[in-house]
Design a binder for this molecule. Structure first.
Ligand SMILES: NC(=O)c1ccc[n+]([C@@H]2O[C@H](COP(=O)([O-])OP(=O)(O)OC[C@H]3O[C@@H](n4cnc5c(N)ncnc54)[C@H](O)[C@@H]3O)[C@@H](O)[C@H]2O)c1
Length: 278
């Protein structure tokens, strides 16, 4: 399904991004595996290589100035083309709005909104030129698209996540705008909004093995155990399928909407939520 196609995926060292990278590779893609965590990015890329797939690890911070351009250049230099960009990297840094610092607000908007915009802008010359050349020569258009990762917190808001909800809703506006700007070149842009996926972002804070470091400051990931227990208790009422998704199930939503099977789907927000929020 993705033979001869190159996919760049951010935050693919673990969780949903790592699963998506493996699935893209299983379907024939050459994958550029980015993560802040170099060891984890290498682990995902090596897992793909050991299964006979094609991948390169490209670690780094998607919010760093100039890094999106470098990441896209890695795709072109390594595999010679670019088809799919998945803006998946991210983390949460929660607080009630009245206690949220400027630093928390800005860091979360940087990673969930500004970095995806810069990735799209960096990919633009390659995606647009290749599509324009195909249109001019009368060749059929290859699969080219952006997939942005959103969240039910963005669609509906969520207590303690004013920063994250703003970023995850902002990305929906960016997604729809790109669908309109690039549609005539056949380049699609969609978002996937996840609900409750079992990754370190949703495990109890007390069970986290490590915090992540953002600009020299430790950010503890996850949900306080007290809140997590409450969420688990009425899970059947909140989620029709009655359980969180695995990272593989979540990743499949990304691969599905990036695939040629979705060639006439653009500007869409695919809710991968087990029915949560319907
Ligand atoms: N888990 C859920 O329930 C859920 C729900 C809705 C949306 N999401 C979104 O899905 C995406 C993936 O999350 P996950 O649950 O797999 O989390 P995860 O923590 O398992 O994986 C996220 C990866 O992103 C990387 N990352 C973070 N900041 C980065 C940066 N600046 N540059 C490069 N890499 C960076 C981390 O190192 C990590 O490996 C995120 O955008 C998240 O907001 C998750």
């Amino acid at each position: 399904m993705f033979n001869d196609q190159t996919v760049v995926i951010t935050g693919a060292g673990r969780g949903i991004g790592a699963s998506a990278a493996l699935q893209f590779a299983e379907h024939g893609a050459c994958v550029v595996v980015n993560d802040l965590d170099a060891a984890m990015a290498a682990e995902t890329a090596n897992a793909i290589l050991s299964q006979g797939g094609q991948a390169v690890a490209a670690s780094g911070d998607v919010t760093a100035a100039g890094f999106p351009e470098l990441l896209i250049k890695t795709a072109i230099d390594t595999f010679g083309n670019l088809n799919v960009v998945v803006n998946n990297a991210g983390y949460t840094w929660d607080a009630m709005a009245h206690k949220l610092t400027d630093e928390q607000w800005q860091a979360i908007l940087d990673v969930h909104l500004s970095a995806p915009f810069r990735m799209i802008r960096a990919a633009a010359p390659y995606l647009r030129a290749a599509a324009a050349a195909e249109l001019e020569s009368g060749a059929s258009l290859s699969n080219r698209c952006i997939v942005n990762v959103s969240s039910t917190s963005g669609l509906h808001g969520n207590i303690g996540q004013a920063n994250y909800a703003a970023g995850k809703m902002g990305i929906v506006g960016l997604t729809k705008t790109m669908a309109k700007e690039w549609g005539r070149l056949g380049i699609r842009c969609n978002a996937v909004a996840f609900g409750f996926i079992d990754t370190r972002l949703t495990r109890s804070q007390e069970a986290q093995e490590e915090a992540i470091e953002i600009d020299g400051r430790e950010v503890v990931l996850g949900i306080p155990q007290k809140v997590r227990s409450m969420l688990d208790q009425d899970i059947h009422l909140r989620i029709p399928l009655g359980r969180p998704a695995t990272d593989e199930e979540a990743a499949a939503g990304i691969v599905l909407i990036a695939s040629p099977l979705a060639s006439y789907i653009t500007g869409h927000v695919l809710e991968v939520t087990g029915g949560m929020g319907i």
